[in-house]
Design a protein around this ligand. Structure first.
Ligand code: MG
Length: 393
């Protein structure tokens, strides 16, 4: 195995939307193309990008991680069976990086890792989900992935009626479970913000036939413990699918306190970017393996090589992979969900295009989506996204 070339670029991923913490009007994503030469001179180009919520990392890629990948030796990136080793490439890329303080280097490394897995599956001539099932899951891939429609963002002037219309569109697209943002009225006294959000939530639950288990709500880490508990008391009788990122993602003890007072499912993890941070959440966050949801996003957290370590850590702590539903709504995590038997994957039907969303012409039915059978992650079956990658030349 030999790295032939690595190209990178920066693409806009801007949307005129906001959650409780940030707006997305200036969001960018790094894109890379990694060409690898394998056995018999066969070449494959894998593509990668970082999913939404973190910005492009051109400096880290150019100064440290791409040069290390290009300089990696054949022995470092080749498995004993002669195939491309994303894990070996990961070790080469992370040379001279100290532990801890993961910062945004996990984003830069995740972009390269995605491209290397895409290339590995293309060199094998199989879709990534199949490669993953064969290498790490005794060949057992799921026939489809459970997906839910994430939206319900704040737009200037967007009222309850527009929110309900948006959710109605998702139901029309084949999703049966939807997610909306809450807690996004900064400066509003807690009591008023809660009343406003409960009116929004009740309107959507009504659309869902009164079934709260078809709705998740997302705070994006905005609340302190007092606000999280106040909302929890109001939300508990609604029987919601989950209560997402109610608290700062790195503040584990407040999660443990919330979990003592809120019996329904809590979801978090999209802003934890390493196995070690995930392990701290599992050790100290008081989360419950029989109901809570873990949303670590492999594209933002050092890629799949690190995500496999996180899954091993979870198994040691008695957590099923089915409790994992990654953040990001991208094809990479969808392949991982199907190939490794996770609980499902996020989906953004109306935002973060073209990076969000799955292969063209693959319909969502009853919140389930099947996988394309082309080699790699499936980017070539998503025209709008592949057009962005083609700009790398
Ligand atoms: Mg979220």
């Amino acid at each position: 195995m030999r790295i032939v070339s690595v190209k990178q670029g920066t693409a806009p991923i801007a949307s005129a939307i906001a959650n409780a913490y940030i707006d997305f009007s200036k969001m960018t994503a790094s894109i890379v193309a990694v060409t690898v030469e394998g056995e018999g001179g066969k070449q494959a180009t894998g593509y990668g990008f970082n999913s939404n919520g973190r910005y492009a990392q051109p400096g880290l890629l150019a100064e440290r991680f791409i040069p290390r990948l290009v300089e990696a030796t054949e022995a470092q990136i080749t498995r004993p069976d002669g195939k491309l080793s994303p894990a070996g490439a990961w070790n080469a890329v992370m040379k001279n990086e100290k532990p801890g303080g993961h910062g945004e280097r996990s984003v830069a490394v995740g972009v390269l890792d995605m491209a290397l897995w895409d290339a590995a599956a293309k060199l094998d001539g199989v879709p990534l989900w199949k490669l993953l099932a064969d290498r790490f899951n005794n060949g057992a891939a799921d026939p489809a992935a459970w997906v839910y429609a994430a939206g319900g963002y704040y737009y200037p002037g967007k009222g309850v009626d527009q929110l309900v219309e948006e959710m109605k569109r998702y139901l029309g697209m084949g999703y049966s479970t939807v997610k909306m943002k809450i807690g996004g009225a900064p400066g509003t006294p807690l009591k008023e913000a809660l009343a406003e959000d409960m009116a929004r939530i009740e309107a959507v639950v009504k659309l869902l036939g009164g079934d709260g288990s078809k709705l998740a709500v997302d705070v994006n880490g905005r609340f302190g413990l007092h606000a999280a508990l106040t909302y929890a008391a109001a939300l508990a009788p609604m029987g919601l699918r989950w209560y997402e990122e109610p608290l700062d993602p790195l503040d584990y003890s407040t999660h443990a306190t919330l979990a003592e007072h809120y019996a329904p499912p809590i979801a978090t993890g999209e802003n934890l970017f390493s196995m070690q941070d995930a392990r701290n959440l599992i050790r100290h966050g008081g989360l419950r393996p029989d109901r809570d949801i873990l949303q670590f996003d492999p594209a933002l957290s050092y890629g799949l090589v690190e995500y496999l370590r996180t899954l091993d850590m979870l198994a040691l702590h008695g957590w099923s992979r089915r409790r994992c539903v990654p953040h990001g709504g991208h094809q990479f995590a969808l392949n991982i969900a199907v190939g490794l038997g996770l609980g499902g994957n996020e989906s953004y039907p109306e935002v973060f295009h073209p990076f969000g969303g799955f292969a063209d012409d693959v319909p969502v039915r009853d919140s389930k989506v099947a996988m394309p059978t082309i080699p790699g992650i499936g980017f070539e079956a998503k025209n709008e996204l592949f057009a962005v990658f083609k700009t790398l030349g």
